[in-house]
Design a protein around this ligand. Structure first.
Ligand code: FE2
Length: 448
């Protein structure tokens, strides 16, 4: 039996298959290129290479896109009749958990495997991704930190673990350590978009535009080419320009980097596009007809009920485009999903559906209801995934609802909270000014 690039046994005797598999591991950890293509090349060398089928299943299922279900099934079925080590069996079982809607079970399985085999970076990374989707913040940090015990500084894989650990530290609020770990990872490999991203989060949470804008803008030539993740780092840069009040640059980044293909069907891209346009909508910026193609791209997922975080972002596009038919369809689908089995049912019932209702209320001008719905679940909203920066859209929407609905104490509370957390943020300052003069806001609230 041969080993992969980190020394884990793999279930093939083909050196050519392992070379393609190792290439896939490199592409997966850097979110670059076409890792599925690399795994398919490994499987062309050895169709019964179970490690490759398991990685393929895990990679595809974590895209959280129902449209990929057939490819996930194909990988699970082929993997089940391939040569499988114990490690492969655990990877395959985790992917099956995810495919069946049991995201927490799958994530636990991978985290447990990573503790037993700390050099299995695929298990560490898939568990890390699972923790991200489930808002398991301490585990986002602890998984990669635990595995660092098995790697020497400078060894292949060490920097990638530092980047993952950096993001975990950031989500746990330890910004200084996050910055140290992330910068070391980027120094090791400037192409490591996840590590670049972790430091971008530190700058975002601090509201530090002076550090944040050059950190992304001046290094893009390293992390952006061939990255399957670049749109998200560009989204972070756009947020910083939005904070600075430069909405022309925000729209330019939206058109050229965040959403260069208005018809893109990649859901993770759609999430960033929705959340950027929604922030502009909150700020009263004219976004032209950008919501319409975005809503059209989301339409095929309106009835998926696969992952509540996606559903909420689809709904933002539908509200922005004035597609009330799709808003209603999404709410109906989420109600159905809330009554099903699996983890998404809980996420939808407890968090996704109240938020979606709140955002729909906001769109309809029912600002008091919107603020009540959003603030009612904001404190547990990390459970439905995403980062602090992504979920900031909940606070922003509640604050704007309070401003538009002239709910002075709520607006003051949320504005004060923001200024305390981000004293350097120009955006927080502008919002505080509006709140201080809330009586002069136009009357936009509608009854209901
Ligand atoms: Fe992010």
């Amino acid at each position: 039996m041969l080993n992969d690039r980190y020394g884990n046994p793999v279930s093939t005797s083909s050196h050519a298959a392992v070379a393609h598999y190792d290439e896939a591991l490199d592409l997966i950890r850097l979110y670059r290129g076409d890792p599925v293509g690399a795994l398919d090349a490994a499987l062309a060398e050895d169709p019964e290479f179970g490690s490759a089928w398991a990685a393929r299943a895990g990679l595809l299922v974590q895209q959280t896109d129902k449209a990929l279900a057939d490819e996930v099934d194909k990988s699970l079925r082929a993997g089940a009749v391939s040569r499988l080590s114990n490690r492969d069996q655990i990877h395959l079982a985790a992917a099956r958990d995810w495919s069946d809607g049991y995201y927490l079970d799958g994530t636990r399985r991978l985290a447990s495997l990573a503790r037993e085999m700390p050099r299995d970076l695929l298990a560490v990374q898939f568990a890390h991704t699972g923790c991200f989707f489930l808002g398991m913040q301490t585990e986002l940090r602890d998984g990669p930190v635990q595995s660092l015990r098995a790697f020497r500084r400078g060894e292949d894989g060490y920097g990638v673990l530092m980047g993952m650990a950096s993001f975990g530290f950031e989500e746990c609020g330890d910004f200084a350590l996050a910055e140290d770990y992330g910068k070391e990872a980027v120094a090791i490999d400037p192409r490591d978009g996840w590590a670049v991203h972790a430091v971008a989060h530190v700058n975002e949470m601090r509201g530090d535009l002076d550090a944040g804008i050059p950190w992304l803008a001046d290094t893009a030539q390293d992390w952006a080419p061939e990255s399957g993740f670049a749109y998200h780092n560009w989204w972070h840069l756009a947020l910083l320009y939005l904070d600075a009040g430069n909405t022309d640059e925000v729209l330019r980044l939206y058109d050229t980097q965040v959403r260069p293909n208005p018809d893109s069907q990649v859901l993770l891209e759609g999430i960033d596009a929705s959340s950027l346009l929604w922030r502009l909508l909150l700020e009263g910026v004219d976004v032209g007809d950008r919501f319409e193609p975005l809503a059209a791209a989301w339409e095929r997922a309106a009835e998926d009920g696969n992952y509540a975080f996606n559903d909420l972002h689809a709904l933002m596009a539908f509200v922005g485009a004035g597609r009330n038919d799709l808003v209603e369809l999404t709410l109906k689908s989420m109600k159905r999903a809330a009554s099903c089995e699996g983890d998404n049912a809980y996420l939808t019932r407890a968090i996704g559906l109240p938020l979606a209702q709140g955002f729909a209320d906001f769109g309809a001008g029912r600002f008091a209801k919107a603020a009540e719905q959003i603030l009612g679940v904001r404190g547990i909203a990390q459970r439905f995934g995403g980062s602090h920066a992504q979920r900031d859209i909940l606070t922003l929407t509640a604050l704007h609802a309070a401003i538009r609905g002239k709910m002075k104490p709520v607006a003051e509370a949320l504005s004060h909270e923001r200024l305390q957390q981000k004293p350097r943020s120009a955006w927080a300052g502008r919002l505080a000014l509006r709140v201080s003069d809330i009586a002069r806001e136009p009357d936009l609230a509608r009854a209901g």
